[in-house]
Design a protein around this ligand. Structure first.
Ligand code: GLY
Length: 252
């Protein structure tokens, strides 16, 4: 059984952090409705949903992906780069404890889960404004015994590594080559985003399907032409907070 941990949208969602996009008005009720649709899509693809209550004082806390990443052997609790987001890990520690032993990234290192792309035994970490070189060193030490290799990936013009590249399946990645160099991912089939859709590289494979935003029809077609079953959700209001489909869940 696949478990998806999600968290309801904070009533202060419009006070979210932003890095690479301008602030535009956010309707929290619309964001909540879209998040509900997203959670329903996860359930429709076979996930058992563990929905955590909203954290009113933590505007970005719907983006649970940034607080942890989960490996077969262990779950890593991150230390998010934005100070407003650091307290988000507290409730995630409780939520993940039943599923995995936990290890923790500690001060002074910071890393957002959105920067962590796990491809088998290679773990790519985006060198973003949120994730530090010292986090790479800590992660290597924490995960050495399990046989993982941590690889820092230079990136540009977007918040997280997974804004620029995500896993579609074991052999295939979806990528915006302007934001991260394809040379990091030799041996993978790379599906490029349509040039008119730079934010289209974030997809979430679950079960037999791919959860994907309605906003990127041209890139969706590229995924479908390769035989992937794409299940679209409207996450436009969440995207105004620099969120995407991977950001809103922790998949176990
Ligand atoms: N608003 C998402 C983030 O900046 O982390």
């Amino acid at each position: 059984m696949t478990v998806a941990i999600t968290r309801e949208v904070s009533s202060r969602f419009s006070e979210c952090e932003l890095t690479h996009i301008d602030r535009t008005p956010i309707d929290v009720n619309v964001a909540r409705a879209q998040h509900h649709e997203y959670v329903n899509s996860l359930a429709a693809l076979g996930c058992q949903i563990v929905e955590l209550p909203a954290e009113t004082d933590l505007p970005d806390s719907v983006f649970v992906e940034d607080t942890a990443f989960i490996l077969p052997e262990v779950a890593v609790i991150t230390r998010p780069g934005a100070d407003s987001r650091k307290p988000e890990t507290e409730s995630i520690i409780h939520a993940l404890s039943p599923y995995r032993p936990l290890v923790h990234v500690t001060d002074p290192a910071t890393v957002d889960g959105g920067d962590v792309l796990v491809l088998g035994k290679n773990i790519y970490v985006g060198l973003s404004t949120r994730s530090t070189a010292s986090a790479l060193e800590q992660l290597q030490n924490l995960l050495n015994n399990y046989g993982y290799t941590i690889i820092g990936a230079e990136m540009q013009d977007c918040l997280h590594l997974k804004t620029a590249v995500t896993r579609v399946d074991d052999k295939t990645l979806l990528i915006n080559k302007n934001w991260v160099a394809p040379s990091y991912f030799k041996g993978y089939e790379l599906i490029e985003v349509d040039p008119a859709e730079p934010f289209a590289a974030n997809c979430l494979p679950v079960g037999d399907g791919i959860i994907y935003p309605t906003t990127f029809p041209k890139t969706k077609q590229r995924l479908e032409e390769k035989g992937f079953m794409v299940s679209t959700v409207n996450v436009d209001e969440l995207a105004k907070a620099e969120g995407a489909v991977t950001c809103c869940s922790l998949i176990i």
